[in-house]
Design a protein around this ligand. Structure first.
Ligand SMILES: [Zn+2]
Length: 113
């Protein structure tokens, strides 16, 4: 019953390996995406997959869209805001001025002696 074994050995059904093998012949289409920096990336999708509206630019990480004339907006940097940015945001300009004047006054006092 060597034939039966061979059939079972081909792993009828789906699996990652099987899918990759099929990918060689499966119809594919590459979709062009442009990011706000004008980078073009053309990932290929299997024809039966609906390409996403946006794709992360592999060069700068910005979201890229399929419309070259209207790439997606740069995302607001909020998730990546540094501690310094938070501090700056909390303090108003007036506060910053007051802190600066205070520091200058202290500096003058010290050097004046
Ligand atoms: Zn880019």
């Amino acid at each position: 019953m060597a034939t039966g074994n061979a059939i079972r050995g081909t792993r009828v059904g789906s699996g990652p390996v099987r899918w990759a093998e099929r990918g060689e012949q499966a119809p594919r289409r590459s979709v062009a995406y442009w990011c706000a920096n004008g980078h073009l990336t053309q990932p290929a999708f299997a024809a039966e997959i609906e390409p996403p509206d946006t794709w992360d630019c592999p060069r700068c990480g910005l979201p890229a869209g399929q419309n070259e004339q209207a790439p997606p907006e740069r995302p607001r940097a909020e998730p990546y805001k540094t501690h310094l940015a938070y501090v700056k945001e909390r303090r108003t300009d007036a506060d910053g001025e007051a802190i600066l004047q205070e520091a200058l006054a202290r500096l003058r006092q010290r050097t004046g002696r």
